[in-house]
Design a protein around this ligand. Structure first.
Ligand SMILES: Cc1cc2nc3c(=O)[nH]c(=O)nc-3n(C[C@H](O)[C@H](O)[C@H](O)COP(=O)(O)O)c2cc1C
Length: 219
C-alpha cells in the first residue's frame, strides 16, 4: 500500500560536500551542503544564492569540493547553522543561523593550499576536488534564490588508502565511506549488495553475459 503525503523536504540521501571558497578579504569560507550530483568529470551543486559560498563561487569562479568521510561528522555538524555572510540574511537569522568568520577554526578542520584554485583543500577530507564554475542556472522552486551551479573538476586528490592497490587511478568503493545526509540526519553506507552490471562497461573490462540473478541481501 502507498499513501499520498506532502513531506516538507525531499532529501532522500546524498553525500555531504564541504565547499571551500575564498572571501573578498582573502580569508576562506567553508560550508556544508548535500544537494550535489556527479556526471563524468563534473558536479552539479544546488545551493542557496543567499549563502556566502554562492557569492564567492560566482565572484571567484572556483573552489574546492571536499568530501568528508563518516568520521568527520562532528566537524560537519559544528558548521551547521553558521554562515560567512555578515549581516546574516533575515531568512537565516530567523531559524538560528549566526555569522562565523572562522569556519575552519570552529570546525577544527585544516586548510592547506590547493594546486590550481585559490581556495584551500580541507586536509582531513579523504577526497578533495579542485573545481571551476562552468555554468550557473536559476533553480526557481520557491523564490528563485536557489542556484544550480555546474562545477568542472580540475584536479582530484585522494587519500592513498582509498586506492585499489597497484591501480593508481581507481578508487576502491569498499574503502570509501561517504557521509550521507538522509533527510536531516547523518548516515553512512550500509555495505555492498553486489556489483552493478555497468561495472565492466565503465572500467573497460570483459562484459559479463549472465544476468545478475543471485542477488544477495545485505547482512
Ligand atoms: C549537512 C548539511 C547539508 C546542507 N545542504 C545544503 C544544500 O544542499 N544546499 C544549501 O543551499 N544549503 C545546504 N545546507 C545549509 C548551508 O550550509 C547554509 O546555506 C550555509 O549558510 C552555507 O554557509 P555560507 O553561507 O557560509 O556559504 C546544508 C547544511 C548542512 C549542515
Amino acid at each position: 500500500m502507498h499513501r499520498i503525503i506532502e513531506p516538507k523536504i525531499l532529501y532522500f540521501g546524498t553525500p555531504v560536500v564541504l565547499i571551500s571558497t575564498r572571501n573578498p578579504d582573502r580569508s576562506f569560507n567553508l560550508a556544508p551542503m548535500s544537494s550535489a550530483w556527479w556526471l563524468n568529470q563534473s558536479c552539479m551543486l544546488g545551493m542557496s544564492g543567499r549563502s556566502k559560498t554562492v557569492e564567492n563561487l560566482l565572484r571567484e569562479g572556483q573552489g574546492v569540493l571536499n568530501l568528508p568521510s563518516t568520521e568527520l561528522v562532528g566537524a560537519v555538524d559544528r558548521l551547521a547553522l553558521t554562515t560567512g555572510r555578515n549581516p546574516v540574511p533575515e531568512s537565516k537569522a530567523e531559524i538560528g543561523y549566526r555569522y562565523e568568520p572562522d569556519k575552519f577554526g570552529i570546525s577544527g578542520l585544516t586548510p592547506i593550499p590547493a594546486d590550481l584554485v585559490n581556495a584551500p583543500l580541507v586536509a582531513e577530507c579523504p577526497i578533495q576536488l579542485e573545481a571551476q564554475v562552468e555554468q550557473v542556472h536559476a533553480f526557481d522552486e520557491q523564490n528563485g534564490s536557489i542556484k544550480a551551479i555546474e562545477m568542472r573538476i580540475l584536479r582530484v586528490h585522494i587519500a592513498e588508502d582509498l586506492l585499489v592497490p597497484g591501480a593508481s587511478n581507481y578508487i576502491d568503493p569498499e574503502k570509501w565511506s561517504p557521509l550521507i545526509m538522509n533527510f536531516c540526519e547523518f548516515f553512512g553506507l550500509s555495505g555492498k549488495i553486489h556489483p552493478s552490471r555497468l561495472e565492466p562497461a565503465f572500467y573497460g573490462l570483459p562484459r559479463k553475459t549472465e544476468p545478475a540473478t543471485n542477488i544477495v541481501a545485505p547482512a
